[in-house]
Design a protein. Structure first.
Length: 216
């Protein structure tokens, strides 16, 4: 059986594509071997990659809300994950409602990208919503590093070392240069774990309003 291609994507709002990071790897049950990373990724390039992967099997793990709650506010999955991350030592604001002002454009982009992937790639490319920070914290990553990696280079270096203990190979030290690249690697970890049925937290899809699993 061919290895599954895992793509971890740290999306940003539509006006900030320069901050969007993407990581690609080949996965087996035992390991995820990374072989390509990109920074400054547009929707067009994500869809072009999805089209190339259409022969499958592939998983695209997106760090962005891929649905929103009818009427606004938290989805049930958001409330449940927030309780979990608080218990793990993360700030409650690390999980935000998809329709919050700070999140609305990211949600818009996430939904549009997911719909585009489905359109160009079909069912052989599976999509899962992920939360990189929660993915690391719920697996026991150094919690102060998880809390600080957006701004602290030393926290990113520490998390890159930790990610290397999770079965991930091909971790170039330059991936610690930005928080977006660390988040993309953690997104790939979440996608790989979901594909293998080993998520540490998951919420099942509830179509049609919430068409994708959410997993860490």
């Amino acid at each position: 059986m061919a290895p599954t291609t895992i793509v971890g994507i740290d999306l940003s709002g539509p006006a900030n594509a320069a901050d969007t990071a993407l990581i690609i790897g080949h996965a087996t049950a035992e390991s995820l071997e990374l072989y390509e990373s990109r920074l400054g990724v547009s929707d067009t390039s994500i869809l072009a990659l999805a089209r190339k992967l259409a022969a499958g099997p592939a998983v695209l793990a997106l760090d962005a809300p891929l649905s929103y709650n009818e009427g606004g506010g938290d989805r049930p999955s958001d409330r449940h994950l927030r309780r979990k991350i608080i218990d793990a030592g993360m700030a409650s604001g690390s999980v935000m409602s998809p329709t919050m002002t700070r999140m609305a454009y990211l949600t818009l982009r996430g939904i549009a990208v997911a719909r585009g992937i489905q359109s160009v790639a079909g069912p052989t490319v599976r999509i899962v919503e992920v939360h990189p920070g929660a993915t690391m914290a719920l697996r026991g990553a150094p919690i102060e590093a998880v809390r600080g990696f957006a701004k602290q280079p030393e926290a990113r270096t520490e998390l890159l070392r930790w990610l290397g203990t999770q079965g991930i190979g091909g971790l170039d030290p330059t991936l610690a240069q930005t928080s977006h690249q660390i988040a993309a690697v953690a997104a790939a970890l979440a996608g790989w774990s979901w594909e293998q049925g080993r998520s540490v937290w998951s919420w099942k899809a509830a179509p049609p309003l919430h068409p994708f699993d959410f997993a860490c």
